[in-house]
Design a protein around this ligand. Structure first.
Ligand code: ADP
Ligand code: MG
Length: 254
């Protein structure tokens, strides 16, 4: 089963929006995905209505107390299984360091039989910290949203450099896809960022699907809904459905 980590070293590029709507789009196909929120800000957990009061009931205790993921997983009102985050996750780096045993902890847990009922989607924070490294080491695919602005592109270039530096450790090229988000044909910058991406990344590693700028997508977290529930006919729903379809057709998911 696929493990997809959504990461960019820049904040506000659409990581959580992408994780949320990928999970929802996968669930629409009749699969039961598992969402893992590795951002101390816990926005993904919030949208799913999964906000544990205690850090012990979040992925924090998986990392710090070695609680099984299944112990902290909750079934959300949208029927998606979710391991929620907690603000205390921001202390994990100083508590655990970045040793090999620490950064492969999530990978080991997810590969234990029976842990994954379906595809896994991990939402990351914008830092290459111990949590994001866990996501990078655990995933089969790193999905990097790039909102159509230059700082988002800078963040994506940082990710590319970090992945290339880690390549000797992985002993293979970690599969990655860059996906344009907040794309707006009317904005010149959208075209410029697209052109720069085309020269910076391998063509086959840039998603054909572009997520367009959409008011409905921006609204949906406020009403704590994914785009398929909030506005199933919107361009946001069309684009995220197309992204799931692209990941299926390129073999990352069945
Ligand atoms: P990140 O997780 O990378 O910090 P978010 O997913 O939280 O980014 O998105 C940042 C902001 O941009 C949010 O307010 C979100 O609603 C908005 N947003 C994300 N994608 C789109 C889109 N395609 N169209 C319009 N607004 C978007
Ligand atoms: Mg986020």
């Amino acid at each position: 089963m696929a493990i997809i980590a959504v990461f960019n070293q820049k904040g506000g590029v659409g990581k959580t929006t992408t994780a949320l709507n990928l999970l929802a789009g996968i669930a629409q196909r009749g699969l039961r995905p598992l969402g893992i929120d590795l951002d101390p800000q816990a926005h993904l957990s919030h949208v799913f209505g999964a906000q544990p009061k205690l850090a012990d009931d979040s992925v924090y205790s998986f990392f710090v107390r070695r609680r099984p993921l299944a112990d902290v997983a909750v079934i959300t009102r949208s029927g998606i299984v979710m391991c929620p985050a907690h603000l205390e996750l921001s202390k994990i780096d100083s508590l655990l360091g970045k040793g090999v045993n620490v950064v492969t902890r999530l990978r080991q847990a997810l590969h234990q039989t029976g842990t994954m009922p379906g595809p896994v989607v991990i939402d990351c924070c914008p830092l290459l910290n111990v949590l994001s490294l866990n996501a990078v080491f655990a995933c089969d695919l790193l999905l990097v949203p790039v909102s159509c602005d230059f700082l988002a592109l800078q963040g994506a270039l940082q990710v590319e450099r970090a992945l290339n530096a880690l390549e000797p450790v992985f002993k293979l090229r970690l599969p990655r896809r860059y996906v344009l988000t907040r794309f707006d044909v009317r904005r010149k910058m959208s075209d410029e960022v697209m052109a720069r991406m085309a020269s910076a990344f391998r063509p086959d590693e840039i998603c054909a699907t572009r997520i367009r700028e959409s008011v409905k997508l921006a609204e949906s977290p406020a009403v704590e809904l994914d785009i398929f529930r909030h506005a199933p006919e919107s361009r946001g729903a069309q684009d995220y459905e197309a992204l799931v379809e692209e990941l299926v057709s390129t073999g990352f998911m069945s």
